[in-house]
Design a protein around this ligand. Structure first.
Ligand code: KPL
Length: 297
């Protein structure tokens, strides 16, 4: 089976190293400028040690299974670069909401599933990442025909030593991850702390709980049924990825755009539409936007 991983950031480097080191046929698709560095191999350190030499390409080759791991705001352009064959399955693994729908609007609903990953991976340099929190990848699709084909993705991940689970309700799984990301990512980006440190400062722990409570009101209004306690889940992810620097902290440290629009920004947008106030999320979104503006000016 021909597998491609699109995006050579933290998650894409991690997945490609794991899939490729298990002997599977993997192409890592990256930006032109990273092709040379990645050609020397991809390396995972930390909780797991792996070195692998996937094929490296600047454009996606014909593939049976594609994992898209780019930032939420780049999913549209990544999808436009994909040529799907009749059986190609595209799994979009991303933070926030709306990414798989965006890809499906370009590639067709019959090709696209979503993935949710809780792994804490820090990008060190092109081709090098450190794994500091390791959990399962949850897979699912709102399209019954795609849902039936997800075993292919699950098996590829499991063969690579990655835990994977297929959920019948991917929207609930995305919200469950969202509760963690909206608390962890902006607070760590604003303070420079690692994920777990939020729990060591009572005021930050309380702020995290308030941010999540607002989102939980919004999700209830939208009829999302999650099986977990949203605040407890966010705290659990902080503990599970204790020493990780969140992706948003990594983004602001590198002066990059963040995923705030797909995270807290999305909660505010959905809250406004549903008539639910989200003052904590509004403030947090504005503060992160302020950091982004400083970097872009
Ligand atoms: O998804 C993450 C992120 O940093 O974006 C967590 C799970 C919070 C790990 O840091």
């Amino acid at each position: 089976m021909r597998i491609s991983v699109i995006g050579a950031g933290a998650l894409g480097t991690f997945y490609s190293a794991m899939l490729s080191s298990s002997g599977q046929d993997v192409t890592l698709v990256c930006r032109e400028r990273d092709v040379e560095a990645l050609g020397r191999g991809v390396h995972v350190t930390g909780l797991l040690e792996r070195t692998a030499h996937p094929r490296i390409a600047a454009r996606p080759p014909p593939s049976d299974l594609i994992f898209v791991t780019v930032k939420t705001y780049d999913i549209g352009s990544a999808a436009r670069g994909i040529h799907v064959e009749p059986d190609t399955l595209v799994v979009v693994i991303h933070n926030g909401l709306g990414g798989d729908e965006m890809a499906a609007s370009i590639l067709g609903k019959g090709h696209v599933a979503a993935g949710v990953s809780y792994s804490g991976v820090t990008f060190l340099e092109p081709g090098k990442v450190r794994l500091s929190g390791y959990t399962e990848t949850v897979l699912g699709s709102v399209e019954p025909e795609v849902q039936k084909r997800l075993d292919v993705a699950k098996e590829a991940l499991e063969k690579a030593g990655l835990m994977a689970r297929i959920t019948p309700d991917i929207r609930a799984a995305q919200w469950e991850k969202l509760y963690a990301n909206i608390a962890i990512n902006p607070i760590t980006a604003l303070t420079g702390l690692n994920n777990g440190a939020i729990l060591e400062i009572p005021e930050l722990e309380a702020l995290a709980a308030e941010i999540v409570d607002e989102a939980s009101m919004v999700s209830k209004a939208l009829g999302i049924k999650t099986s977990i306690d949203p605040v407890e889940n966010a705290f659990k992810v902080m503990r599970d990825t204790y020493n990780n620097r969140s992706s948003m902290l990594q983004d602001v440290t590198r002066g990059k755009r963040t995923e705030i629009d797909a995270l807290n920004g999305k909660v505010c947008e959905l809250g406004r539409a549903a008539g639910i106030p989200t003052p904590r999320n509004d403030t947090i979104t504005a503060l992160i936007k302020g950091i982004e503006k400083r970097h872009s000016s």
